[in-house]
Design a protein around this ligand. Structure first.
Ligand SMILES: [Mg+2]
Length: 255
């Protein structure tokens, strides 16, 4: 073997080592299907399962998906996904006839819908840790949640179109002042009302609590055209909005 051939062989070995470090090695072929075995493929499937609500109730992000969820919620894909949700929402909103009586409503949830708790979750394992309500409530009281940019843009577009904006959140009534402060700092103004859990709402699952509030709004003559939330419990339950829009959230689940 001459020196040229040796160099070529060495080069091929180096290239194969580099490639093996980039391409997942744990994809098995079963029949003619690829079976997801590596974490990225598995965690993509897991994310689909929780976003589609196929998984039902779940308590923690699987440990093996920590890096995946972290990369997703802090990366371009979350920006793109939330941007497309806002785009779809606005396309529908443009088809709604606004009557001008102030009764044409769009409902927004707050956490992971208008405001992001990402700074908190970055310090608490991106959903891999069991929820700590004391630490989370301290974070909420700090009023430091940033806006989700696509949602802020949608919010302002809906106001410009003439929608009455109502905020319906699972936060407690005693968090009203910190919530109003945070919304203002993040750029949200001009909403008609902010509905929080009163003592009589304690103990109700989110779907029941939010459905009851939507029913009250309808009884007051409001027409609920759109509803935006990161949890299915923001959107399920009668009466529903004409169109419901689910934002991505692979960090936690609220029944
Ligand atoms: Mg939420």
């Amino acid at each position: 073997m001459n020196s040229g051939q040796t160099l070529l062989i060495n080069l091929l070995i180096i290239i194969s080592i580099l490639i093996s470090g980039v391409i997942p090695q744990s994809i098995l072929i079963s029949g003619n299907r690829k079976v997801a075995k590596d974490d990225v493929v598995y965690c993509n499937s897991w994310k689909f399962s929780v976003e589609a609500n196929d998984a039902g109730s779940w308590k923690q992000v699987p440990e093996r998906c920590l890096e995946f969820v972290k990369n997703y919620v802090t990366g371009d894909q979350y920006v793109s996904d939330s941007g497309l949700v806002a785009y779809d929402s606005l396309e529908f909103a443009k088809t709604v006839e606004i009557r001008g009586d102030g009764k044409d409503v769009w409902i927004f949830d707050i956490d992971e819908t208008l405001l992001s708790n990402l700074p908190y979750y970055a310090e608490h394992g991106f959903g891999t840790e069991i929820f700590n309500d004391i630490a989370f409530n301290q974070w909420v009281d700090s009023a430091e949640c940033p806006a989700i940019p696509a949602s802020l843009k949608l919010y302002n577009e809906l106001r410009r179109l003439g929608f009455t904006i109502i905020l319906l959140t699972g936060r407690d009534e005693h968090q009203r002042s910190s919530t109003i402060k945070n919304l203002l700092i993040a750029g949200y103004s001009g909403y008609q009302s902010l509905i929080l859990r009163e003592p009589s709402d304690h103990g109700k699952i989110a779907e029941v609590y939010k459905s009851e509030k939507r029913k009250e709004l309808e009884n007051e003559g409001y027409r609920i055209h759109g509803n935006s939330g990161d949890q299915w419990s923001d959107l399920f339950g009668a009466p529903t909005a004409t169109r419901s829009f689910k934002l991505p959230n692979p960090m936690y689940y609220i029944a």
